[in-house]
Design a protein around this ligand. Structure first.
Ligand code: ACO
Length: 325
């Protein structure tokens, strides 16, 4: 019996032009290239230009994804933008992207699940497409974390960067078999008891300010690998696939040690791991679609491949998705 699935038609990424190296950071705060590389695997990150907003980054990534799909913006009737750094408190930055793409039908909204936002957004768009509410979705992760960092706090400012990535999803009938293309399963989790481990100390309804990112790094690290492997095991249980079946593992790019630890615990071979954290730093909701764009551009990920996504971040939130490309 045929089944409706969300098929990935295109992927795109966008990085601001300005590169900030570890050496540059070491000239501003008491840190070193050696410390940052050893603890995180990060060598450099991108920083948005003055006046360059999250929606600008997201728009560029969306255009790249549509070009990759060979589709025009007219086809899109849903935009889900995952971000924790919107242009304004409201309206949603997604509607700015919608307007700049010249789309006047369907719906566009922002979704906030911090570093897990892209997988939460993917799951949300997938449900709408499979239910038949919409036909074609742009799922975008875009962030300007440089605007919420405390640039005097060496324990956080070395970790993050700016960027955006996007995918085009289109609803299509599939045979309902093991070889089906599209989003096969998604699993979302959160536990607000951990909300003080990673947060921004401002907001419209509390301080009336934007605030700065605050993190208990060791606590995040302590929970990350366990939460990631749990939610990936859920994806394996739901589909009957296992680590040996995965062609590409595309994790949230927070830290090389978390990525390596998760892959090792799951039994996924290092050569199947897509990693961009060395060049991008942690771009929160943008990190997974940016990594996908990287691995599609150089043709590592090809149609038919089984691609596993996972993320974990503030909230805590954590999530996984399994996609047949
Ligand atoms: N440069 C030099 N020294 C530093 C720096 C820095 N940038 N930052 C902290 N230190 C110092 C600390 O002050 C401390 O010094 P002390 O021993 O004299 O007090 C020492 O280094 C050790 O600090 P820890 O915080 O214990 O260092 P740790 O080995 O845990 O590494 C890190 C810190 C990299 C943040 C690690 O905890 C980590 O990776 N945590 C995960 C956090 C993460 O990836 N968050 C991303 C957001 S969440 C997500 O996306 C999943």
């Amino acid at each position: 019996m045929s089944i409706r699935r969300s098929i990935v038609r295109g992927v795109g990424g966008y990085l601001p032009a300005r590169v900030m190296t570890n050496q540059e950071l070491a000239s501003k705060v008491d840190t070193s290239d050696e410390w940052i590389v050893q603890r995180t695997g990060i060598h450099e990150r991108r920083i948005a230009a003055a006046g360059e907003t999250t929606s600008d980054l997201g728009l560029a990534a969306a255009r790249a994804a549509l070009a990759d799909a060979g589709m025009s913006a007219d086809a899109v009737d849903l935009i889900v933008l995952a971000t924790s750094t919107p242009d304004q408190t409201f309206p949603a930055s997604a509607v700015t992207i919608q307007a700049k793409l010249g789309i006047t039908r369907g719906a566009a909204f922002d979704l906030q699940a911090v570093c897990s936002g892209f997988v939460f957004g993917l799951a949300t768009a997938d449900r709408f497409l499979v239910a038949g509410d919409f036909k074609c979705a742009l799922v975008i992760g875009a962030e300007t974390f440089s605007r919420i960092l405390d640039w005097n706090d060496r324990s956080t400012c070395v970790l993050f960067g700016d960027g955006a990535g996007a995918i085009v999803l289109e609803a299509a009938e599939q045979p309902g078999q093991r070889t089906d293309r599209g989003v096969l399963t998604t699993h979302l989790r959160s536990d607000g008891r951990y909300r003080s481990k990673l947060y921004v100390d401002g907001g419209p309804s509390s301080t009336g300010t934007i605030g700065h990112l605050r993190m208990e790094g060791r606590e995040v690290f302590r929970h990350a690998v366990g939460m990631i492997t749990d939610v990936v095991e859920d994806a394996f249980k739901a589909t009957g696939y296992g680590a040996k079946d995965i062609d590409w593992f595309v994790p949230h790019q927070a830290n090389k040690r978390i990525i390596d630890g998760s892959a090792h615990k799951l039994g996924i071979a290092p050569e199947k791991v897509v990693s961009t954290v060395d060049r991008h730093g942690n771009t929160s909701a943008a990190s997974i679609p940016l990594a996908l764009a990287d691995a599609c551009a150089d043709r590592r990920i090809k149609p038919g491949h089984l691609v596993l996504l996972e993320a974990m971040g503030g909230g805590f939130t954590w999530a996984s998705a399994l996609i047949r490309w």
